[in-house]
Design a protein around this ligand. Structure first.
Ligand code: 8NA
Length: 567
């Protein structure tokens, strides 16, 4: 048996033999304990009296809607939306692999892949979760046939079955297939909720908690709207059974718990808005940092790169709403208005062999797992505002709230995230008199930290981040901006997709494409190995429309045509 094989097997055996307290000593990052995560039935303004509580019970006591990073949940198992190779990738898959460490990759390597709709289980290694259940969702790319629906349902069923077979009692699901695989969010939520509901009804004694772990505002809104359709006393099969039991004189309901009412949901919404705690954000930053290392070509290994950034000190994260002091709504609104929503640096995808013969769009993304959604995805609700038309990011964003795109405001080496910086450090009108923000690469790391926090704090603005292009000023020709060639090559313009380009793809990963061949050596050689080639954004043309990239980025309406620069 190879050394690597011995390594993961031994570590897996050691970890699974540890008690909870000993395991906690091994956690690398922050974690949220299950008792701190409220169920759908329990919330801090639960008005039910003691007696009512005994009378009404529901499945709502076994499920949770949680908004945040799945890798910090201390549950028996978290489910990974993997690809058929099981060798990691981006999105939630990338986050889980990075948080779990390289032994997860080693064990996955021994599983020889996984078919769509199926699931396989591994140890959680450095994760607070004991196990990871890897399932492969259907690739929908916006259009959903019966087979995709069946495959997605099968992902939840096979994951729950694996959990039961391994005597696990708590599990957290991400929104499987709704990221790069392009399964529309709403139908996916319906399938997830219905499949889990039906499974719990038939396995009520096998499960303590199923957590629907959403990451994006879109999904949070959808699940919040739909949870009570599946998990509330009115339509709860259990309640009927329980009522029957009470009539026969057995007054002890099987489960305690109480129902949400509309105002409680509204209150929940406020609570959850800020549920992404600072510690989660710092964890998210760690992931971002490790992603940066990975993207800078410091790894020749497959996509997965163990996060080498020093782990933050371990401490529990208070998540329960009652534990957090809420600023007054007005004050909060004011505060949000002042928040400068930075960009959320992701790295555009590039074609990569996922498994022999199967091409898929892959790339490093940030924790939100948001690469570029597939252009055939249904949501085109947000017309692209012009992200480059900016004069004062704070008042613009404040004034237009959710309608405008988010302006980037970068203050070199400013570590004080609390005080939003109201003046952009480096924006100047280009030849068309419009502002293109020029952020040179030396600021990017700082930008990641600062603006990721801001973006996470004002989560809902994620949806209005259309595009912020991280470019670089051409010092020899002021007003001319440069975009990294890799970004240009893999640029896919989607009116609704928030994406940001940052020059983190080292030269070796750049694909040949039809973008202008005119290259410019990267002037900041220090920021990453080898020269990062740049092309004047004005020179980049969308082949089938002859529109220049800059025109496109500054256009107010939707692009002339959605097109790809990749060959
Ligand atoms: N999104 C990407 O850029 C990307 C690139 C390569 C591979 N992948 C991965 O995506 C493919 C599967 O597609 P998919 O749509 O099923 O998965 P996905 O693209 O990861 O998206 C699934 C859902 O998970 C959400 N998510 C992302 N990070 C986290 C997190 N830390 N905690 C909780 N939720 C999170 C994400 O917002 C989305 O709603 C696989 O190839 C896998 O390797 C993703």
């Amino acid at each position: 048996m190879s050394k690597k094989k011995k390594e993961w097997r031994a570590e897996k055996e050691r970890l699974l033999s540890l008690g909870l307290e000993d395991r906690r000593k091994d956690y690398r990052g922050n974690y949220v304990t299950l008792d701190k995560i409220p169920t759908w039935a329990n919330h801090d303004n639960n008005t039910a009296t003691e007696e009512e509580e005994h009378q009404s019970f529901s499945l709502a006591d076994k499920v949770t809607l949680y908004k945040g990073d799945i890798t910090i949940l201390e549950v028996d198992a978290i489910v990974n939306a993997a690809n058929s190779s099981l060798l990691g990738g981006g999105g939630v898959d990338g986050c889980i692999h990075r948080a779990a460490g390289h032994l997860l990759y080693e064990e996955c390597h021994s599983l020889n892949g996984c078919d769509t709709g199926k699931a396989k289980i591994t140890c959680g290694y450095d994760l607070p979760a004991k196990y990871v259940i890897h399932t492969v969702g259907p690739i929908a790319r916006g259009n959903v046939g019966q087979s995709q629906k069946d495959d997605l349902e099968s992902c939840y069923k096979t994951s729950l079955k694996l959990m039961k077979d391994n005597n696990l009692r708590s599990v957290a699901f991400p929104c499987i297939s709704t990221g790069i695989y392009g399964f529309p969010n709403e139908p996916a939520a319906e399938i997830a909720l219905k499949t889990v509901h039906d499974w719990i009804v038939s396995n009520q004694d096998e499960i303590d908690r199923v957590i629907f772990c959403v990451f994006l505002e879109t999904d949070y809104e959808i699940y919040k709207r739909k949870m009570s359709d599946f998990f509330s006393p009115d339509n709860d099969d259990h309640k009927k059974e329980d009522d029957a039991r009470v009539e026969q004189g057995n007054t002890q309901p099987m489960e305690g718990g109480d129902e949400d009412d509309d105002d409680a949901d509204k209150k929940d919404e406020k609570e959850d808005e800020s549920m992404m705690s600072q510690t989660e954000e710092s964890h998210v930053d760690e992931t971002m940092e490790s992603q940066k290392l990975e993207a800078e070509g410091l790894d020749d290994e497959p996509m997965v790169q163990e996060d080498k950034t020093p782990a933050k000190e371990d401490h529990k994260v208070e998540v329960s709403p009652t534990a957090k002091k809420k600023p007054e709504p007005e004050a909060e609104k004011e505060k949000e208005k002042k928040e400068v929503k930075g960009d959320d640096p992701q790295v555009a995808g590039e074609e990569k062999e996922d498994s022999p013969g199967k091409k898929m769009l892959t790339g490093q993304t940030d924790e939100a797992g948001k690469l570029m959604e597939d252009s055939t995805k249904t949501d085109t609700s947000q017309e692209p505002a012009d992200p480059m038309e900016v004069h004062d990011p704070v008042t613009t964003a404040a004034k237009e709230n959710n309608t405008s795109s988010i302006k980037v405001d970068v203050k070199a080496q400013d570590k004080s995230p609390q005080e939003p910086d109201s003046t952009p450090t480096d924006s100047r009108p280009n030849s068309q008199g419009k502002h293109i923000y020029l952020i040179n690469t030396s600021q990017l790391t700082d930008l990641h930290h600062r603006h990721r926090e801001k973006l996470q704090q004002s989560e809902r603005h994620m949806e209005t981040v259309h595009k912020v292009l991280i470019v670089r000023e051409d010092t020899e020709s002021p007003g001319c901006c440069w975009i990294h060639k890799a970004r240009a090559l893999s640029l896919r313009y989607k009116p609704h997709a928030p994406y940001v380009y940052s020059p983190y793809i080292p030269q070796k990963k750049i694909r040949k494409g039809r973008a202008t061949e005119r290259m410019c050596q990267n002037r900041e050689r220090g920021s990453s190995p080898g020269p990062l080639p740049w092309i004047p954004a004005e020179d980049i043309r969308l082949p089938d429309t002859k529109h220049s990239l800059v025109t496109l980025l500054k256009s107010d309406g939707p692009p002339p045509v959605q097109s790809e620069l990749l060959a």
